[in-house]
Design a protein around this ligand. Structure first.
Ligand SMILES: [Zn+2]
Length: 388
């Protein structure tokens, strides 16, 4: 019987590696790799271009049949500008909670999965388990793409996938997709006393931001709608703007970032195209009637698809049978799940210990109770031998 103690000890080690997304995760990956090696399991590492980050993929059990994939990301969000009461990279137990960056999102799940490896091996299961641990999830599900490239070319793929993001051990059957873009606006500077002779980049940025806002209102009014979401329609918003140097200079440059959080059923490309064509066919034409070298540039920041799995599917029902809470819901945050489903066709749901309410904040924690519930779930999953 695997205890919470083993998972807690593993979590302590995992939290001690500062794997904030912009840093290397290799020390943590090497730690997991050597843990698996000690269990007699080989790991495949898929690095990024710099060689400083890697995904880890490992199969426990047979490699000639599909099996269940347990997916998690190893990176965490920054602690800078947050006021922590404990050292965020030293797991601290207080009042039944384990505090530390990544404890809920989502090293707790990774620790649980690793703690169950000896059990999976000892049972000599017909259904193998796969571990898929990624980097750069928190910055837009970027790292896992390379792992998908690898799996895409394999003849035998996992039959189903559980993404262990913190859902308080409730089954999540859907989340929205996201597209985010940076817009560069190039104007023409001059003395503000001659404002009409310049091309004001901030003004044109503002016009496009207002257009995006109008699209957002249109979506809110006309849908499509999915009332299982807190915000039941596709939303758009501008998050950051910067431009201009001084009030007495007509600004020649402005940039802003906007994002679309779209329903699974909605194609975000249509909205991206609308925004781009308003900029190019209307605003830019006006700008270039004054100066030819002015206009707009668009750059993708991050994109991932929405997730949707039929709540009545066999896989969802099988998983629910293993949980005390047999309900399901849709969530406001994104995961790598949509990519597993869209690129590999693997039925995927999200279910993991801890609450998203504690994620990304100062004093992030996972309760020992949640860790225990997550462990019980994995034990039942291993024993049940479901195949999706
Ligand atoms: Zn996460």
């Amino acid at each position: 019987m695997t205890t919470t103690k083993e998972a807690t000890e593993l979590l302590q080690d995992l939290v001690s590696f500062d794997t904030t997304s912009y840093k290397s995760n290799l020390e943590l990956i090497e730690y997991i790799k050597s843990y698996l090696t000690n269990c007699g399991i080989g790991s495949t590492l898929v690095h990024d271009d710099s060689g400083k980050k890697a995904n880890l993929y490992a199969t426990i059990g047979r490699d000639d049949v599909g099996g269940i994939m347990l997916s998690g990301h190893t990176d965490v969000v920054p602690v800078s500008s947050q006021r922590w009461d404990t050292d965020p990279f030293c797991l601290t137990e207080l009042g039944g909670n384990l505090y530390g960056r990544g404890s809920a999102d989502m090293k707790g799940f990774i620790a649980l999965a690793l703690s169950r490896v000896p059990k999976i091996l000892s049972l000599e299961l017909d259904t193998p388990f796969h571990l898929a641990f990624s980097y750069d999830e928190e910055v837009g599900c970027i790292g896992v793409q390379r792992l998908l490239d690898l799996l895409e070319n394999r003849a035998i793929k996992p039959r189903c996938c559980i993404v262990g993001e913190p859902t308080s051990m409730e089954v999540v059957v859907g989340h929205k997709g996201k597209c985010s873009r940076r817009v560069h606006v190039h104007g023409h500077a001059c003395h503000s006393g001659q404002a009409p002779f310049g091309v004001n980049a901030v003004d044109y940025a503002a016009e496009l931001i207002v257009f995006i806002r109008k699209l957002a209102k249109e979506k809110a009014n006309n849908g499509p709608f999915d009332y299982e979401y807190e915000v039941p329609y596709t939303s758009l918003h501008t998050g950051t703007v910067s431009g201009g140097t001084a009030l007495n200079i007509v600004p020649n440059y402005c940039e802003f970032d906007y994002e679309i959080r779209h329903l699974y059923e909605e194609d975000p490309q249509k909205l991206l195209d609308k925004i781009e064509s308003y900029a190019r066919d209307y605003l830019q034409v006006d700008m270039r009637s004054h100066y030819k070298d002015t206009g707009f540039d668009f750059k993708d920041i991050a994109t991932y698809p929405g997730l949707s799995i039929d709540p009545n599917s066999t896989f969802v029902n099988q998983v629910k049978q293993l949980l005390s809470n047999k309900t399901h819901r849709k969530v406001i945050f994104g995961t790598e799940g949509g990519l597993f489903n869209q690129r590999l066709g693997i039925p995927t749901l999200v279910c993991g210990p801890g609450s998203i309410d504690q994620a990304h904040k100062a004093n992030e924690y996972i309760s020992l109770e949640q860790l225990q519930m997550g462990g019980h779930f994995l034990d039942k999953l291993i024993e049940s031998q479901i195949e999706g």
